[in-house]
Design a protein around this ligand. Structure first.
Ligand SMILES: [Zn+2]
Length: 167
């Protein structure tokens, strides 16, 4: 690490303390050349690799998850705050698991498990993108899984997705 003021490489740590609110260690450092002081934070870096359908990997990005959820939840009872909360809940689940790798399919299943409990329309929209239904039968199968929970609502969804197909 270099001094941010003069870029000299000789630094000494003058103080080191826990910063529990940021789950970090805060250190005061002093430049041995210009004698200016500054603070650094040491935090945990956790990454999860997403194994994509085309065989390539990329770092898990919460923003991508938020974008996908926001698209599925638009005009449903799930607000934007709800989308953010759900994204952070799913991110926590990912980070807490022992696995440092997740496939696009597994990630999609995690999201669908949550959406299924929250809102059938958001669930079906998300499932359409993630499962890439081959035909209407597959879509109907997915709808049947939520039908037992909320008979009226699911029929509404089926009607919606049919008219979307026809349009
Ligand atoms: Zn300096």
């Amino acid at each position: 690490m270099k001094c941010p003021f003069c870029h000299y490489e000789g630094l000494k740590v003058t103080d080191s303390r826990d910063a529990p609110e940021m789950n970090a260690i805060r250190r005061r450092r002093e430049c041995l050349h210009c004698l200016k002081r500054f603070t650094t934070f040491e935090t945990v870096e956790l990454t999860v690799q997403v194994h994509k359908r085309d065989g390539t990997y990329e770092d898990f990005q919460q923003q991508k998850l938020i974008n996908g959820l926001a698209a599925a939840c638009r005009h449903t009872k799930i607000s934007h705050d709800g989308v953010i909360a759900l994204a952070s809940q799913i991110t926590d689940e990912l980070m807490q698991s022992q696995n440092r790798e997740v496939s696009t399919t597994q990630l999609g299943e995690m999201v669908m498990k949550h959406l299924q409990a929250l809102d059938p329309i958001a669930y079906i929209r998300f499932a359409c993108v993630y499962r890439r239904f081959k035909d209407l039968n597959e879509l109907e199968e997915a709808i049947k899984t939520i039908q037992s929970k909320d008979e009226t609502h699911a029929t509404e969804v089926l009607h919606l997705s049919r008219s979307k197909k026809e349009a």
